[in-house]
Design a binder for this molecule. Structure first.
Ligand SMILES: [Fe+2]
Ligand SMILES: [Fe+2]
Length: 192
C-alpha cells in the first residue's frame, strides 16, 4: 500500500481506514488521461487524499463529508490534458465523476461534483459558486477550502518554493506544512 510507511504516524491513525479504502478505489477504478504525467500522478492524488482526510478529521467532518473529500482527491486530476494550469480539467474530472456514478450505480454526491469542478479555479469563483448552491452552502465552502489546502500542500513536489504558505486557507493546513514536506520525502521511499 502506497504510503504504508506513513500510515502508522499517530496523526494518520484516525483516517487510515478511509485512506486505504479510497486509495484502493483509485487504483482499481479511476483512469487517468495523462498516465505519464510528471506532476499530476496517482501518487500526487494519494498524498492529497491523505492530507485532505487529516485536515477533514481535525475539522471534525462527518464520515460522509470525509468520503466526499476522498472521492474528490481520487478524481480531481484524472482528466488533465497537460501538466500546466490546464484550466477546465476540474470540469472534465467532475463530468467523469458524474458519468462514473451513473455507469456504476453509485450515489452521486453534489459536494464532490462541485469541489472537483471548481478546484482548478480561483477561490473567489469556486467559493461564490458553491455558496450559491442551496444544497451545499457553508459546509460545501469548508470542504472546498480543506481540499484546496490539501492540494496546495503537495506543491512542495514542484520545488522548495512550490508553495507560498500565506495562501493556505485553514489553520490546520498551516500546521501541516512540515508534515507535508516530510510526507513527500517518505513517499519517494514508498512503493505504489
Ligand atoms: Fe487539479
Ligand atoms: Fe492536484
Amino acid at each position: 500500500m502506497f504510503l504504508a510507511n506513513v500510515l502508522n504516524d499517530s496523526i494518520c491513525q484516525p483516517i487510515k481506514e478511509p485512506y486505504e479504502r479510497w486509495y484502493a478505489f483509485m487504483e482499481k477504478n479511476v483512469e487517468f488521461w495523462l498516465p505519464d504525467s510528471e506532476w499530476h500522478t496517482k501518487t500526487h492524488c494519494a498524498r492529497v487524499l491523505l492530507l485532505s482526510l487529516i485536515i477533514g478529521h481535525q475539522k471534525g467532518l462527518s464520515d460522509e463529508e470525509k468520503n466526499a473529500l476522498g472521492m474528490v482527491a481520487v478524481f480531481h486530476d484524472s482528466r488533465r490534458l497537460d501538466d500546466g494550469i490546464d484550466k477546465g480539467h476540474g470540469a472534465r474530472a467532475a463530468a467523469y465523476y458524474k458519468d462514473y456514478c451513473r455507469a456504476h450505480d453509485l450515489p452521486f454526491d453534489e459536494q464532490t461534483y462541485y469541489i472537483t469542478y471548481y478546484h482548478d479555479q480561483d477561490d473567489s469563483l469556486g467559493l461564490s459558486e458553491i455558496a450559491k448552491s442551496p444544497r451545499l452552502g457553508e459546509r460545501g465552502v469548508l470542504l472546498y477550502q480543506i481540499f484546496k489546502d490539501a492540494d496546495a500542500l503537495d506543491r512542495f513536489r514542484l520545488g522548495p518554493d512550490g508553495l507560498d504558505v500565506k495562501f493556505l486557507r485553514t489553520e490546520e493546513g498551516r500546521q501541516l506544512v512540515e508534515f507535508a514536506k516530510d510526507l513527500l520525502r517518505k513517499s519517494t521511499e514508498s512503493k505504489a
